[in-house]
Write a protein that binds this ligand. Sequence first.
Ligand code: HEM
Ligand code: CU
Length: 444
Amino acid sequence: IMTEGEMEAELTSPPHVPKPVGNRTAMKLKLNMEIKEQEGTMTDGVKYTYWTFGGSVPGSFIRTRVGDEVEFHLKNHPDNKLPHNIDLHAVTGPGGGATSSLVAPGHEKVFSFKVINPGLYVYHCATAPVGMHIANGMYGLILVEPEGGLPPVDKEYYVMQGDFYTQGEYGAKGLQAFDMNKAIKETPDYVVFNGKVGSLTNGNELTAKVGETVRLFVGNGGPNLVSSFHVIGEIFDNVHIEGGSSINKNVQTTLIPAGGAAIVDFKVETPGTFILVDHSIFRAFNKGALGMLKVEGKENQNIYSGTIQEGIYLPEGGTIQKMPGGSNAKAVIPKRTIEEKVKIGKELFGTTCFACHQSEGQGIPNTFPPLAKSDYLNSDSKRAIKTIIHGLTGEITVNGKKYNNVMPAQNLSDDEIANVLTYIYSSWGNNKTEITPEMVKALR
Ligand code: HEM
Ligand code: CU
């Protein structure tokens, strides 16, 4: 293919992508990318020193078309400490460009390549120790559109998963150093979309309107984990499997290999919040791999009509049947010291509440409210007891943030509720209220 003309490549940070190539001819694309080592936020109170292509994790999105000749200018910012390079999986040539692009801080390297295979490709740093450079965020996506471009859609977004290994456990505060041993064992503390917990929640949701078609360019930087990418409440109409030319239709979950990608698109038919997850589900609810797509517009009762009826289901001989008033309504209530309550309550929290409210009571933005320093909790202990007995639905405001979700009733005895709440009130900056089984009983 002949290349005509020259232009500067548009680069975008996630979740945005440059505008489609449409039916332009192949061209010479001048591409300027700067590597920056910079401190960023992994989650509330947790900092991490990211190494980035273009100042974001994942790095800037590159959009080309088949036949483009890319003149790649790779700059390593003078304040950086290390040399880096780039291996683009869209490149046919030694090291995918890595051998020509090793660049020291304060320097610039220029190399060029022609993109000849259409598809969605990962790029990453390949400087030793390679795993460490990738684990610190040095990856991104380069799209090579076919001649004439991909079919037009209404919304396009850039989402890329990565696993992170920190010296402290999930949520441990402060600046967290990279942990090489955890990386070798492949036991990440964080598995996230777009470089941090909450990059696509809490006001950063992806958005669309009912009736629109949405295309997600999904990548996985790894370094280690394979992603089972899924959108709760949606079915992918089309998936470019592994980012290539083969299209699979009507897919629930698509595998995104480490160092691989997929292009998925779907029409949004009903309003609501659709949740992007790695369906290796503890990663979503406990390590951060959770994003949101907010769809606004008119209800479509033909497609989804919500709850029609709710009834009580009591299976014959089922073990979940309990007497009203909890499992030990008639049992003698033991007298316990605060220390005993805290100890027993902590164990119960770790088996029952933490899956949603998280190990330090920090919650999950937009979904599960925090119990740590919760104004809602501290202002009304009777309400807290009732929340556990009956569950809670409807909009509430906790520490200035709105939640509108469902907490199921917890089938616990008076003693258990007293213990778990006493533990919660005695932890994470809460107001140390002591709850007794009698207080619980009085509210049944
Ligand atoms: C709300 C405690 C288990 C999901 C709350 C609140 C409390 C509480 C005190 C009020 C809001 C606040 O202070 O932040 C507990 C305790 C649990 C437990 C002690 C264990 C015994 C769970 C579980 C889930 C869950 C297992 C998820 C399946 C929620 C949700 C809300 C909430 C979604 C907000 C409800 C709304 O938006 O109206 N919880 N919880 N909780 N909890 Fe739990
Ligand atoms: Cu690097």
